[in-house]
Design a protein around this ligand. Structure first.
Ligand SMILES: [Zn+2]
Ligand SMILES: [Zn+2]
Length: 418
């Protein structure tokens, strides 16, 4: 479930409410659009009811990591997919609640971005992000039916990690939950000693980019959750990388002007696997034991994985990736004319790349053959491209015009809210 939070417009300061996955900040007060840099952990604060009489030296913020994403665990026979949405304490002190429970979803969070709004100190996190992943995995094992010793490989796909601070305060030897203004436990001797906390850091605030095309200075377009911004003036597409907008190669399917078919985005990732063992599409068909005749033209095709550039339920994500990868060469030509309506990219290229091994094993007819070597398989990325494929509506499904592969509209809608 997405959390909602409030932040101020980077241009005029007006308050704006956003969903966690939203990046395009379209201010209705000043009309300016800004893009929030993705590769930075967002930090939020829960609302507090700390009495005004409590001085700032007695106010503290306890860090919690929030993990939301899909975990793919590979076993000999199968892959198990779990969607996890959890918080866990970023410090080792066991007296504080281990997680925030439902509070992040139920309350209006505020982004940590202005020093003047903050009174109090921040306890330093003593757990690493790695520990959060491990704990997230442990939860999966707990609910999974398999024995965790049998896990061959684990991938985290499409995850977001953020930090949510729980406000607390101390009064007359007691420590209180600042959200509920409720006693928690007696203060421990070194709990709040000076080396354990820091003041607000300016670098924690989110960064923004102006939505202006770096090539032609035209205005960039994108839906609120879009990770790729388009310039319809010079037909270039841009994605943020390390705080900068970088041009990405893209093509769309050619459609008839009157049909107005929607186009869904896919990452076409060209690669070699396992030190040249699987280099061509023919190799892929053979290694995964597909029930098709491998023809000479399959061996002339460099292997590409065609992976949805939008979020889907994990099993559906693997199924769709497999089907489109199998259909490569039959998806039609791309261009940049008459492309109609483009569906937003909500899964970054990096995440699609991390799913390659999972897709490979999932595609295999005899999983037992490929699965044991999954950890060792080497992926050598050769190139990537964003391709939009046109789909037509048939009942509740969207059907790709060339390959006839169908995706239910409902799946698409559910995925967008993951
Ligand atoms: Zn504004
Ligand atoms: Zn441009």
């Amino acid at each position: 479930m997405d959390i909602r939070f409030e932040k101020s417009c980077p241009s005029c300061g007006a308050p704006i409410e956003l969903n966690e996955g939203e990046r395009v900040i379209d201010c209705s007060y000043c009309g300016v659009k800004n893009y929030m840099v993705v590769n930075k952990v967002l930090r939020f604060v829960l609302p507090h009811k700390i009495p005004d009489t409590i001085p700032s030296e007695d106010r503290f913020y306890i860090p919690y990591f929030r993990f939301k994403g899909a975990i793919y665990s590979h076993w000999h026979q199968d892959v198990e997919c779990t969607i996890l949405d959890t918080t866990c304490s970023g410090i080792e002190n066991l007296l504080f609640p281990a997680s925030l429970g439902l509070r992040p979803q139920a309350m209006a969070l505020t982004v940590l971005e202005k020093a003047e709004n903050i009174s109090g100190r921040f306890l330093k996190q003593t757990q690493t992000t790695r520990a959060v992943f491990d704990r997230a995995s442990a939860v999966t094992d707990y609910f999974g039916v398999q024995n965790s010793n049998e896990i061959l490989h684990r991938a985290f796909i499409g995850e977001t990690i953020s930090i949510i601070y729980l406000p607390i305060f101390r009064k007359q030897g007691g420590v209180f939950d600042g959200v509920l203004n409720r006693f928690l436990f007696d203060e421990q001797p070194t709990m709040f000693s000076d080396e354990k906390h820091v003041g607000y850091q300016k670098k924690w605030a989110p960064d923004f980019l102006a939505m202006v095309c770096p090539h032609c200075a035209g205005t960039l377009s994108g839906e609120p959750d879009s990770l790729v911004l388009h310039c319809y003036n010079c037909d270039r597409a841009w994605a943020e990388e390390n705080g900068r907008l970088v041009a990405i190669k893209w093509l769309a399917g050619q459609i008839d002007k009157h049909t107005n078919h929607p186009q869904l985005p896919f990452w076409k990732i060209t690669l070699g696997l396992d030190d040249e063992r699987i280099n061509t599409f023919g190799d892929f068909l053979r290694e995964t034991n597909q029930p098709v005749i491998v023809r000479p033209q399959h061996d002339d095709m460099q292997l590409s994985f065609i992976v949805p550039a939008f979020k889907l339920q994990p099993k559906m994500f693997l199924t769709i990736s497999k089907r489109f990868t199998m259909a490569q060469g039959k998806l039609g030509d791309g261009g940049r004319e008459n492309y109609g309506k483009l569906f937003p990219v909500t899964l970054p290229l990096k995440e699609a790349g991390e799913a390659i091994k999972s897709i490979l094993v999932y595609s295999a007819v005899y999983k037992k053959k490929l699965a044991p070597s999954i950890k060792k398989i080497n992926v050598k990325f050769i190139g990537n491209e964003l391709i939009y494929l046109p789909f037509y509506q048939k009942g509740n499904d969207l059907v790709q015009t060339k390959s006839n592969i169908a995706i239910s509209s409902n799946t698409l809608y559910l995925g967008r809210n993951l």
